[in-house]
Design a protein around this ligand. Structure first.
Ligand SMILES: Cc1cc2nc3c(=O)[nH]c(=O)nc-3n(C[C@H](O)[C@H](O)[C@H](O)COP(=O)(O)OP(=O)(O)OC[C@H]3O[C@@H](n4cnc5c(N)ncnc54)[C@H](O)[C@@H]3O)c2cc1C
Length: 469
């Protein structure tokens, strides 16, 4: 039976109903605290939300639920998250990927949810690097999450095991695309997390996309007595000499609380608390994307395309940075075909999505007409670019949409539309203000499972542990 407390004073206020905020809210409500999850928009899910357009439901960010493990496997991030949130594994209705690959002009590597495929691909294409690759894989497998070095370069770390520059790029490329806030590289701590979640564990997709998963989380929050308040933006975090005292909402009202967990981002949270500075603003990330989404009159597999995800680079060396001179970088990207997961709901249409790098500065400067033209250009350019390794989807496109750095800022408040936040992460979630903690992207764990893990970890560490010990 759902409990339903509605008070103006809360034990904890969570800013943002993305994956980290929902998970933190559930965890805190389970422990009996009065918790409100406040979301500026009408829908919950943040970067992993959904929307309706042209009579169809579209996912915002979902390419893959990373960290896939089969039912019954314990001790992995996905199983830990589900256990802590008391969500049954079957509620996610996961379908596994068919298989993915990384494609460069002179080489490619296939991988799947079986790590041995990647190993055999490396051994076959780069025989001289086989033992180095095995040593790298063993070293990462032996590094627990949370013990990586956040000051060390992942690129340099891989190079200590394998010395073929192309292989280093091939291995790093998907991990950069699925979670690096840093141009061309990432830190070792993030690399360990992403290697495990992409290569050791792998990809799955909930049948029906994000909506069913978000419904499960929303229902869990309500069942535990937590409150989700949508259309409820936080204008300011109020604090005094003893720390947080409340939040001021965008409608002018105030909620009292001595604890705020914020998923708004480090730079954005400091601005809400009135303690930002030019130096803090400078910390904002700048890796942002245009996501080009298409409905097709056929399934990609009917056109001979069976890959679930292709991470591609059309030049000999990795490109992963905001384009310096233009608004788009079409030579590097990710092609995702959600139909190429097992166990998806019947749908007569096909879907293809392409993510490309974009310069927030340029997109934010466009007037409406230039913006509309640039979106069109991104869509056409991205779908033309993938034709060197995938079918020409363009004649099959029935409905199209694209979202940009500007959309990401509008719907999440993230400066620069920086999908993976600021390069410097704050694993302890700490801020200079007592009672104010960071969760989500800028705490350091990303993606659907990572962000939920982040919300749970910070709730456990800063809120539940001190009161239960
Ligand atoms: C194109 C794209 C593709 C992606 N693909 C994948 C994928 O395939 N798999 C995967 O695992 N991850 C993917 N991601 C990344 C993933 O979506 C994020 O890492 C994750 O959702 C971040 O969750 P979060 O809770 O940290 O932050 P967010 O999702 O950003 O949530 C923050 C929430 O806080 C709200 N908020 C901010 N400020 C305020 C305020 N002042 N008041 C009230 N509310 C506020 C925002 O509206 C937002 O809802 C993708 C992202 C994008 C953009």
């Amino acid at each position: 039976m759902a409990k339903s407390p509605t008070f103006d004073r809360y034990d904890t206020v969570v800013i943002g109903a993305g994956m980290s905020g929902l998970a933190a809210g559930i965890r805190l409500a389970q422990a009996g605290g009065r918790v409100a999850v406040l979301e500026r928009h009408s829908l919950w899910g943040g970067l992993n939300s959904f929307y309706k357009k042209s009579g169809r439901r579209w996912d915002v960010g979902l390419h893959a639920l990373t960290n896939f493990v089969p039912k019954g496997q314990r001790g992995h991030p996905l199983s830990k998250v589900l256990r802590q949130l008391r969500v049954p594994y079957d509620a996610l209705q996961l379908g596994e990927q068919k298989g993915s690959r990384t494609v460069f002009p002179d080489a490619q590597l296939r991988f799947s949810n079986d790590f041995e495929l990647l190993r055999s691909q490396v051994h076959e294409a780069f025989p001289a690097q086989a033992s180095g690759f095995d040593a790298l894989a063993a070293a990462v497998a032996a590094t627990p999450i949370g013990t990586g070095d956040d000051q060390a370069s992942a690129r340099a770390y891989i190079a200590a095991f394998v010395d073929d520059a192309l292989l280093i790029d091939l291995l790093l490329h998907p991990l950069l695309w699925y979670g690096s806030p840093t141009p061309m590289d990432m830190d070792h701590a993030g690399f360990v997390v992403l290697w495990k979640s992409v290569y050791e564990e792998g990809f799955a997709r909930p049948a029906g996309g994000m909506r069913p998963l978000l419904d499960v989380l929303r229902a869990r929050l309500a069942d535990e007595g937590g409150e989700l308040r949508t259309n409820c933006g936080v204008a300011a975090i109020v604090h005094g000499s003893h720390g947080v005292t409340g939040v001021q909402l965008e409608d002018g009202s105030e909620l009292e609380t001595q604890r705020v967990l914020s998923s708004a981002g480090w730079v954005e949270t400091m601005a809400l608390s009135g303690t930002s500075s030019a130096a803090i603003e400078d910390e904002a990330g700048r890796i942002s994307f245009v996501e080009c989404c298409a409905k097709l009159d056929t399934k990609p597999s009917d056109l001979g395309h069976d890959d679930t995800i292709v991470f591609y680079n059309l030049t000999p060396t990795t490109i992963y940075d905001a384009p310096a001179n233009g608004h788009l970088e079409l030579r590097s990207g990710v092609l995702c075909c959600p139909d190429n997961y097992a166990n998806q709901l019947p749908d007569p249409e096909g879907t293809a999505r392409i993510t490309v790098l974009a310069s927030p500065r340029h997109w934010n400067g466009f007037d409406d007409a230039a913006y509309a033209t640039a979106k069109q250009e991104a869509f056409d350019g991205a779908f033309q670019a993938v034709q060197s390794f995938a079918p020409n989807f363009l004649p099959h496109v029935t409905v199209r949409d694209a979202f940009t750095p500007r959309t990401i800022t509008h719907f999440t408040g993230k400066r620069n539309g920086a999908v993976y936040g600021a390069p410097k992460k704050r694993p302890d979630g700490a801020t200079p203000i007592d009672g104010l903690h960071l969760i989500g992207t800028d705490q350091g764990l990303l993606g659907i499972v990572g962000a939920m893990m982040s919300g749970i970890q910070v709730a456990n560490h800063h809120v539940l542990a001190p009161t239960t010990s």
